[in-house]
Design a protein around this ligand. Structure first.
Ligand code: ARG
Length: 244
């Protein structure tokens, strides 16, 4: 009886871990926060993953507007700052020992944000404390970038809950506009191809180009589907309104 149960448990663990090492964020590899100390997770007060983000100042986190919105992508109302936590310095969100959990003092969402596909999907969280981690500066797009997050490794799996990363090619505005009817040239960017993409739970997380923060994960149709690149908020477009 006990032996049988253990065997079943073993098979389940083998299945789950086999699945998550075979694919990734989607198509990526494990990452460690010590290598990218500015990448943070945004969670509920009881530790459920909402989104990713990036530390752009000791007490400021860049993320997507829909991450700070009640009911997520379709909602209009801002999620109260008291309902958000920022977790820094923790590769595995299931271990509570590493890193720092910070409360959020205030939320700035882009004033024109309505829903993800309309764009302006950017927000800055001001933390209740400064964090002892390196920050990342904003930058421009290039030929490819690295996207990081704790989200799903495929459509329909639970979030990985451990940090992963993948290199994604950045497409031209013309290609993005062909593939995504709601694409806004200049204010969005699109990236990913051939099984490499962000997925649910990676929203708000960083797209890094040449060591600088070029975009935040905004939306996609499914994850890593052929001919469906992920769409990101292009941060260079928002620098003046955000004061960064
Ligand atoms: N909106 C999603 C989230 O809440 C992110 C989707 C990104 N999808 C993609 N295929 N790139 O996490």
């Amino acid at each position: 009886m006990r032996g049988k149960r253990l065997a079943v448990l073993g098979a389940v663990i083998a299945l789950v871990s086999g699945g998550s090492t075979a694919d990734a964020i989607v198509g990526g590899t494990p990452a460690r926060v010590v290598d990218t100390p500015w990448v943070v997770a945004i969670t509920t007060t009881d530790g459920q993953l909402i989104c990713g983000g990036a530390l752009v100042a000791a007490n400021k986190v860049m993320t997507a507007a829909h991450c700070a919105t009640l009911k997520g992508v379709l909602g209009k109302n801002q999620r109260p700052a008291e309902q958000l936590r920022v977790v820094a310095g923790r590769t595995d969100l299931r271990t509570k020992s590493d890193g720092v959990e910070a409360a959020v003092a205030s939320v700035w969402r882009h004033p024109d944000y309505q829903e993800v596909t309309k764009g302006d999907d950017v927000a800055v969280l001001t933390l209740a404390q400064s964090l002892p981690y390196r920050t990342i500066a904003l930058g421009e797009v290039g030929d490819d970038g690295v996207v990081l997050g704790w989200g799903r490794t495929a459509e329909g799996t639970p979030p990985a809950m451990t940090l992963r990363k993948v290199t994604v090619p950045i497409l031209s505005d013309a290609e993005c506009a062909l593939k995504e009817p709601d694409y806004r040239p200049g204010a969005m960017l699109c990236a990913g191809r051939g099984g490499r993409d962000a997925c649910t739970g990676d929203s708000g997380g960083p797209l890094v180009v040449k060591g600088r923060l070029a975009g935040v994960v905004s939306f996609g149709r499914g994850c890593a589907r052929a001919d469906e690149p992920g769409v990101y908020t292009r941060l260079a477009h928002y620098r003046s309104v955000m004061g960064f």
